[in-house]
Design a protein around this ligand. Structure first.
Ligand code: SF4
Length: 97
């Protein structure tokens, strides 16, 4: 078994610690751990998804399929494994009951 030197181990730990806040700053991940939905994703395009709703009365936050609560980003049943913007919208929008 290959041994890792103490110096290399410290370097890996520092690199990992530096990468976590960088991911948060770049927006590549969100609190729930899922990536933000890319509007250029094929399914997102098919449903005309956008991060900014064109209709002030209809957005992900008031859609039945949004389960992010009051969060700015959250899960949507239409896009499993991704998070959508609370201010976003797509053509599958259904009024929250
Ligand atoms: S179905 Fe569309 S409008 Fe509703 S939460 Fe998901 S992405 Fe937003």
């Amino acid at each position: 078994m290959k041994e890792i030197s103490r110096r290399k181990m410290l370097g890996l730990t520092a690199a990992t610690a530096a990468a976590i806040p960088l991911a948060a700053l770049t927006g590549s991940a969100v609190a729930g751990g899922h990536a933000k939905l890319d509007p250029n994703d094929a399914q997102a395009k098919a449903l005309s998804y956008t991060h900014e709703s064109p209709d002030a009365a209809k957005n992900c936050a008031n859609c039945q399929l949004y389960t992010g609560g009051d969060a700015e980003w959250g899960p949507c049943a239409i896009f499993p494994g991704k998070e959508v913007a609370a201010k976003g919208w797509c053509s599958a929008w259904v009024a929250k009951s």
